[in-house]
Design a protein around this ligand. Structure first.
Ligand code: GDP
Length: 306
């Protein structure tokens, strides 16, 4: 995903190789190139501004080091600042003291929520948990079926509304009672002693008030331990405005970057943690249920700077 950004940064650092102490002008020129590389990769403008200011300040203040030459020092500073914009530390899923842990998924249609539900359920099952999937996306007639298919592939049960609720032709109407289904699903998990319940919710193609209100109502009804906002890393600059709208609308607790296997520029996805102040917790890297990993800011930074 970040090949072109990686190449650009590598070329910038290459220019510094074999150099003695860097002058202020050298540092400014380097920072300018980094700024351009980040902007061309679609990293959000305010994030780029803060990033480059931090890099410049630290590079100017860097002590002469016995261990690192100037080029290596700049690479280290850029690495540290990348880790920082990606959220710093790995943030594990917070599990409820009194199970079930309730995890709600939110995001636009096509972001990869349903697929993620299966991936997360499978990963949790492999860790010894007993997840239940809840199909509270009643917006698209086949969303319930799709979640059932994913659940079967993951080998976990699914709680779904009666089919009568999902057959309406008018896909713009709120069909059935997604809030009720979500609430009943969590009740089912409690009754059947599932220790985790993952609630899939509806998405639209763009932000809209009905969708956001529905997600907010579900959040209120089920009081989740985690609200994961799933975002397609390929949507470019729209990632930032979409993430901000969801941060305000449903107050999510963590981000999942999906489709990181794509070849889009991806920089906007890199901005999401910084812009919303919420950590990136997982990465989705393909269509298979095993194409899923815990997101480690340090490893992602190293991958970009590799
Ligand atoms: P939802 O509408 O948010 O529930 O999104 P879906 O889970 O239905 O995903 C939309 C499409 O993206 C499907 O065709 C998925 O197979 C595909 N998809 C989901 N996650 C990934 C991913 O990480 N990488 C790739 N390449 N495709 C994905």
């Amino acid at each position: 995903m970040f090949n072109s950004l990686s190449d650009r940064l590598a070329a910038t650092f290459k220019n510094l190789r074999g150099r003695g102490r860097l002058s202020e002008a050298d540092i400014d020129a380097t920072v300018r190139e980094i700024r351009r590389a980040l902007l061309d990769a679609d990293v959000a403008v305010p994030v780029v501004r803060e990033f480059t200011r931090a890099v410049r300040e630290r590079a100017l203040g860097a002590e002469v080091s016995a261990a690192l030459n100037p080029a290596q020092q700049v690479v280290k500073i850029v690495n540290d600042e990348l880790v920082e914009i990606l959220g710093g530390q790995t943030r594990p899923l917070s599990l409820a003291k009194n199970p079930p842990t309730v995890i709600m998924l939110a995001g636009l249609q096509g972001a990869g929520k349903t697929t993620l539900a299966g991936k997360l359920a499978l990963a949790l099952k492999e860790q010894g948990h007993t997840p239940l999937l809840v199909a509270a996306d009643l917006q698209r007639p086949n969303a319930v079926t799709q979640l059932s298919v994913v659940a079967e592939r993951a080998g976990v049960p699914v709680f779904a509304p009666h089919p009568g609720n999902t057959s309406a032709e008018d896909t713009d109407a709120v069909i059935g009672d997604p809030v009720g289904v979500a609430r009943d699903g969590v009740g089912e998990a409690r009754a059947k002693q599932h220790d985790v319940v993952i609630v899939d919710t509806a998405g639209r193609l763009g932000i809209d008030q009905v969708l956001m209100q529905q997600a907010a109502d579900i959040r209120t009804a089920i009081d989740p331990d985690e609200v994961l906002f799933v975002i397609d890393a390929m949507i470019g600059q729209d990632a930032v405005s979409t993430a901000s709208a969801f941060a305000e609308g449903v107050d999510f607790t963590g981000v999942v970057l999906s489709k990181l296997d794509g070849d889009a520029r991806g920089g906007a996805a890199l901005s999401v943690a910084k812009v919303t102040g919420r950590p990136i917790m997982f990465a989705s890297t393909g269509e298979k249920l095993t194409d899923f990993e815990v997101f480690h800011p340090d490893r992602m930074a190293s991958r970009i700077l590799d």
